[in-house]
Design a protein around this ligand. Sequence first.
Ligand SMILES: [Zn+2]
Length: 821
Amino acid sequence: MSTSITSGQSQSLQRTEAEARRALLSVEECDVTLDLSLDEATYSSLTRISFSSGAGETFLDLKPVAVASISLDGAPLDVATLDGGRLPLTLTAGAHELVVEATMRFRNDGEGLHRSVDPADGRHYVYGMSFMDAAPSIFACFDQPDLKAPYVFHVRAPRAWVVRANGAGTQVEPGVWEFERTAPLSTYFVTVVAGPYHLVSDAHDGIPLSLLARASLARELEDQAEDILTVTKQSFDEFHRLFGVRYAFGKYDQCFVPEFNAGAMENPGCVTFRDGFIFTSRATRGFAIQRATTIAHEMAHQWFGNLVTPAWWDDLWLNESFAEYLGNRVTADVTQYADTWVALSYARRQWGLVADQAPTTHPVAGNGAKDAVAALQDFDGISYAKGSAILKQLAATHGDDVFFGGVRDHFDLHRFGNATLADLLGSWQRAGAGDLTDFSAQWLTTAGPDRLAFDRSVGQILRTPPAAHPADRFHTFTAMSTDDGAHWEAHEVEVTSGRTEAPDLTGAAVILDPYDETWAVTVPDPATTEALVSLLPHTQDAHLRAGVWNSLRSGFHNALVDPALVIDIAVASLPLEDAEDGPRRVRAWLLGSVVPLAPAGSRARLNRAASSALGAQPLGSELQLSAFRMLISTAESADQLRPLLTAAPAGIDLDRSLRWRILGRLAELGAIDRTELHAAFDADPSADAKVALTGALCSLPDEAAKAWAWSVFTGETDVPNHEIEAAGEGLWRGGVPELTDAYVGRYFETLPSTASVRSGWVLADAAAAFFPAGAVSEETLALAEALLAGDTLTPPLQRRLSDCTDRLRRALAVKQAFPQV
Ligand SMILES: [Zn+2]
């Protein structure tokens, strides 16, 4: 028997509430029993929390669909008092036991216990994502990072399932799993992974290792296990060497799970990754590097985040900046991926710089007054890419002895506990870093990047701090100059004031900080941009080429570089060595941001250039693949695309990813119908094909397609998280204004109400995916600004709309600065 719950919108935990609860109580142990074998929509959750407290009022966090009973020290509590995800508690001083018996709902938005169905074989999979406030939708708890406790899990599941949790577990009878008591854990990284997963087991240095992926990915997992496990073992060895502190959580499972929102989550002993990291189509080196750095990043969190945890969400940047810097460094230093820093320059630099130039920029070390939900929006390029760049500078300035000396001190002092930025700065000072007050003020607690530009007319480097965030930052970096593109000269530069004399910086092209040695927006001077058309194709240094693209992108972002010139440079330089997909990558930027503002015919020019590049590259090479991908994305007729489906060029393996790339482009052009798209899916059903199918169906240029995409946005049609994003992107794709113009206004009318149909990650991600980025006009900008000026948006929507609007404003500035004929 269960009592139905009618509770209001759940409340986001305020910092002051967390501090009061922490002062009142401490948790001894959480014992959680889940029965996942009941039905496909819900599961039962029995939690026993042993804790001690002073006398006072507080609350328990719980987000169930129904509650059977709640008792405190054996006496029943009135479950009707549960409201907004909180159950009020009146406590006497002493030891207590709370027992909560509830029914929970499986979710499909990547939070709580997410349940999905694999389109390949109809099997069901479950994983837990407690971050950042979803734990109470799995088990009753005091949900805040500084109330750590050991967990004991008991899980009943369908007999064919494998079950994993943070602690080591065994199947004691068919379908019944018992797990060992864990080390103290914060609620946000408690997890359970369950389903008919395929398993690969190994061990290293006394640590049992497992890899899990869906059964339909078994062959790929087996094929790729060696690379994943090699990176895992090398990273463990290096972290043990750097930290001098053993990994503290027993076994180490890496679970590649379906429909995951982030790249991965560092749950101690049971890391979850998005299963796109098990490659089903040819993966480029950039993608393999992304997997390796993600493996090392999550492992770094086992110390930074899991062993020592921020007391409150405002210091979570420190987790991410640390994991980012050390994950990248370890991958570059000890795995086969020595070119990691180059790949990162393409993958991460603009993510951080764009976020840091937006009106929503925030200091790396965030402000402490926020609530838990709002803090999620700070998990951006600033917390990852900028924070990592600054820690890299700190390590370079003080040397490894001091840097890791401080880190070890930090681990020793706060093992299995919580700490703050001030604690870490104290540890570094004890290790010999001296007074870090100035460093912290300039780089960590002041928002925004300086802009660095070379003024050729006076031979000076100009440093401009952001007007809204004044600062006086020093920069040390290498500038590169060239006359012919083949030979570049390095110049060591120190910028300590607004104008720095640079008499030696001469040459047809001058690029500041191409090796990402400082954190600043660098923009090319006009002569350099012109010269790059002929010089970039001759440039051999891969990191320097990445730096050139970053400089061009920053210039374009600030309406200082003509889109026509960017197209000229791209046409001369194809194929791109950054062959990856994704919104932060060069190709997506060229096609999504530059082409729409460039002269008519730019797409066709890129297509012709891709075609010649395709023929000029070695068969089977990654550059050939990059050219082929560009060829597909820029094709403007079915006549060019259709033959590729049956006869790909020699050297190209027409795998699932490429096939769907062609089908998707045909859909945008209206050169394929629904029947053929569904038939292509039915012939090779898979999770990634399902997402591609949704995107293709929404990008068909007809009214029904747009109306269906729209119903996903409003929540009328319920699809899992990844398909929501694909639908949003599909809605606008293909550029048929007469079909989509009506949705521009409707987007701004509807956006506020989406907060009542979804939450967390997907709420903000859907807002971005459905934003009319292609409708670059004063009218769209006015609609966006009017909505932002009102008070109808929840904080996550306000934040995400501000960022989208900033990019729209900048696109409009480019359009006005460089009108094209
Ligand atoms: Zn992380």
